[in-house]
Design a binder for this molecule. Structure first.
Ligand SMILES: *Cc1c(COP(=O)(O)O)cnc(C)c1O
Length: 403
């Protein structure tokens, strides 16, 4: 059975929108994964910033088993205890006082954008519909979110796009000032652009965007799908900046590997999504919320959040030692355990080569565009696993450098 379930079968039975690796993992524990052949990998990818507590963390397995024997699903015709608990926690630990649940980052962002448009309609009428977003931004793959995202290659070819969306350069306050007006409904951004190359917003930019949104009565939406749930060493990245949004979206690590997402907002804004205006069959599903409750109870502790800062240092020290030896990076950037190693001129466009060489050396990592090698490991990865993973990464770098 297992021998027939291989990469070749993928091409026969799957839609060809992905091109997965030939490695097929079958088991994971902490920051380690084993494939069909029993080969071990250290996981610095964490399922693209999702597995915030590694693979099969006992607290998450426990929550899933416990809820799995109680109640799986109701629909939003009724509410449920895990969803109420999760919403209560999220409002206690963030700026927000209302929560909407979804199942993926794109869906949470879709809800954020639809809410913003409804809110603006009530504030300023039909005219107030402009959404300002940034080049290189990534907000998901629904048609609205991919249109707001800043990579036309992802939104082209699907027919007429949702209108009223303008893109400007990230971290360029003057450009924002030039396009924002009382017609602006919302400005949407990632505090650290993830897919776009691990590009942090500057403090000045965050403060300036907030001030311009206030001036023009526009909503500020932070997409924290990748930066949220402890990834940067704060529960949410906006907390580092001391700049609060009006709407925040969270997904990826929120379920630690179980699909769950949320849109958080203030009561005055939330009131624009009246009964019947938006919804989701699975949103707020008890199984998903039970797991997310367990995730937050582990992640939102000083031990884990302070640990992220310590592990960040360890990664940076390790990567800089590797770079001293091989000279491949121009810069290592990011915050906490959202780290991007930027390739220097000699290795432009070759991030994928590092990923492939890493896999050969027994290490899973990611890219963010063609010039950045990205690391988003478990927030509780052990020192030993970091050291072993970096040793394997060094082998990969040596191999790419040799050519
Ligand atoms: C991954 C990601 C999304 C999309 O999330 P999905 O769960 O794939 O829909 C949206 N925004 C950001 C910043 C992301 O990193």
């Amino acid at each position: 059975m297992q021998s027939q379930l291989n990469r070749a079968l993928f091409d026969q039975v799957m839609v060809p929108n992905y091109n997965p690796s030939s490695v097929i993992p079958v088991r994971g524990e902490g920051a380690r994964v084993w494939d069909q052949q029993g080969r071990e990998y250290i996981d610095f990818a964490g399922g693209i910033a999702v597995n915030c507590l590694g693979h099969c963390h006992p607290a998450l397995v426990g929550a899933l088993k416990e809820q799995g024997e109680k109640l799986w699903h109701l629909s939003n015709v009724m509410t449920n205890e895990p969803a109420l608990q999760l919403a209560k926690t999220l409002t206690e630990v963030t700026f927000a006082d209302r929560v909407y649940f979804a199942n993926s980052g794109a869906e949470a962002n879709e809800a954020a954008l639809k809410l913003a448009r409804r809110w603006a309609l009530e504030q300023g009428g039909e005219e107030k519909n402009q959404i300002i977003a940034f080049t290189k931004a990534f907000h998901g793959r629904t048609f609205f979110t991919v249109t707001v995202g800043g990579q036309p290659a992802y939104s082209d070819g699907f027919g007429p796009k949702p209108e009223g969306v303008d893109h400007i350069e990230f971290n360029d306050l003057a450009a924002l000032e030039a396009v924002i007006s009382d017609r602006t409904c919302a400005v949407m951004l990632e505090p650290i652009q993830g897919e776009g190359g691990i590009i942090p917003a500057t403090q000045e930019f965050m403060e300036g965007v907030r001030a311009l949104c206030d001036k023009h009565n526009a909503l500020l939406i932070f997409d924290e799908v990748q930066t949220g749930v402890g990834r940067t060493g704060a529960l949410y990245a906006y907390q580092h900046y001391g700049v609060s949004p009006d709407i925040l979206t969270t997904a990826k690590a929120l379920g630690g590997g179980f699909p769950v997402a949320a849109m958080l907002t203030r009561a005055e804004v939330a009131s624009s999504l009246k009964v019947g205006t938006h919804g989701s069959t699975y949103g707020g599903n008890p199984l998903a919320c039970a797991v997310a409750n367990a995730v937050l109870s582990v992640v939102n502790t000083p031990e884990v959040l302070e640990g992220v800062i310590v592990k960040h240092r360890k990664f940076l020290d390790g990567l800089s030692a590797i770079n001293d030896k091989y000279q491949v990076f121009s810069e290592v950037r990011g915050q906490g355990l959202l780290i991007g190693a930027v390739l220097n001129d000699e290795f432009q466009g070759r991030a994928r080569d590092f990923l492939v060489a890493s896999a050969d050396a027994g290490l899973m990592c990611l890219v963010a565009g063609a010039n950045v090698v990205r690391f988003t490991p478990s927030l509780v990865i052990s020192d030993e696993e970091i050291e072993q993973g970096l040793a394997r990464f060094e082998q990969a770098v040596a191999k790419v450098k040799q050519g």
